[in-house]
Design a protein around this ligand. Structure first.
Ligand SMILES: [Zn+2]
Length: 59
């Protein structure tokens, strides 16, 4: 695991740029913060398995 950095889930609507935080909520707007890890590393990513399967096929 690389980081616990989260990003404001509403930053596109509430901020000009992503607001990163280590807490559960955005320090600026109070919206929930979500994990900022890239999708390929998200074990809950519904498309992750598809990508991994695709990669296996190419080997
Ligand atoms: Zn925010």
């Amino acid at each position: 695991m690389k980081s616990d950095i989260r990003v404001c889930s509403a930053w596109r609507a509430a901020h000009d740029c992503p607001v990163y935080t280590l807490s559960e909520t955005c320090p600026e707007c109070g919206e929930p913060a979500e994990n900022s890890a890239p999708a390929p590393f998200d074990p809950n990513d519904p498309h992750g398995e598809y990508r991994r399967a695709l990669k296996r096929r190419h080997r």
